[in-house]
Ligand binder design. Structure first.
Ligand code: 523
Length: 133
């Protein structure tokens, strides 16, 4: 069966900044930065799954919207999809990650070039740069 992992492109429209979260595990990607999210459970929509994951991982609320970029195949049967999102609650906290940071387009480009993003998420950098422009 095909499982979906959803990830949040949380963008502050006023400051044109994107929220990144630093992974704590597994060792292969620990220390790298990602769009936070997790697996869609049976019976959940992608948006409600993402809203639940963000509540669990960041202790805040988002409104999830349209898909950003293309789906990325993580491995056979597991696809990663990014959704645009807007913060709709208190400042996010790193409950499941090592750290959080807000980045502008220039910083995102530099982090991607330096290999500081989780590999799968680098596919979305051009789409994210467009949203931050
Ligand atoms: N990714 C990924 N990028 C990204 C996320 C949120 C997830 O590449 N922005 C990958 C990492 C894992 C898989 O998607 O291979 C599941 O991610 P996640 O964060 O749900 O990890 P776990 O630890 O919750 O997954 P399980 O332990 O397997 O439930």
């Amino acid at each position: 069966m095909n499982r979906i992992v959803v990830a949040a492109a949380i963008i502050d429209d006023t400051s044109r900044m994107l929220l990144l979260a630093q992974r704590r595990y597994p060792p292969e990607v620990a220390g790298l930065w990602e769009l936070p999210g997790g697996k869609v459970e049976d019976g959940e929509s992608r948006r409600s799954a993402l809203e639940r994951e963000i509540a669990e991982e960041l202790g805040t609320a988002i409104e999830a919207g349209e898909q950003v970029g293309a789906a990325v195949v993580l491995r056979p049967g597991l696809e990663l999809v990014a959704l645009r999102a807007r913060l709709a609650g208190p400042p996010p906290r790193a409950l499941d990650h090592t750290a959080l940071c807000w980045v502008d387009a220039g910083r995102l480009r530099a982090m991607a070039a330096a290999g500081e993003l989780v590999p799968a998420d680098t596919a979305w950098v051009p789409d994210l740069l467009e949203l931050l422009a």
